[in-house]
Design a protein. Structure first.
Length: 145
């Protein structure tokens, strides 16, 4: 895998950061995922989809309807991570969230997104369907599980 270069301080200058390879995941987050979980391809892929959707969360934080659509997709990505890592998934997600929300501007956008979800309900998929919540074929990709 060819990783993009570390964006350094410039990666923190805008809300959406730098995505030099255009894959939808910020370069700093792509690097974090790879270096934190080098031996787990499934988890890396699940986290990449989660991070990509999180970019939409930040970009559309002010749009109530878009925020709700992102929240539904984030729930599916969370179910996938739960399927892959069980009880550890919450800690993995929290650590990634902290990396993603690494500036005041990003944190404020996330709070705005959260506020726009007020009063809305997101149904979870049944536990037996969490594997299907993954945006990739879990049985084909290497790694744990």
């Amino acid at each position: 895998m060819v990783l993009p270069p570390d964006p350094g301080k410039e990666g923190k200058e805008t809300l959406l950061g730098i995505d030099s390879d255009g894959d939808g995941v910020r370069d700093d987050i792509q690097r974090y995922i790879y270096f934190t979980y080098p031996d787990d391809e499934k988890l890396r892929l699940g986290l990449a989809y989660y991070a990509k959707e999180f970019q939409g969360v930040l970009a559309d934080a002010d749009d109530r309807e878009a925020a709700y659509e992102h929240a539904i997709k984030m729930a599916r990505h969370g179910e996938c991570l739960d399927y892959l890592k069980g009880d550890d998934s919450i800690y993995i997600e929290r650590a990634l969230d902290a990396e993603i929300l690494n500036t005041r501007e990003r944190s404020i956008a996330y709070i705005t997104y959260s506020d726009n979800l007020g009063g809305r309900v997101i149904d979870g998929a049944p536990l037996k369907e969490w594997k299907d919540s993954c945006s990739f074929d879990v049985d084909v990709v290497g790694g744990d599980q």
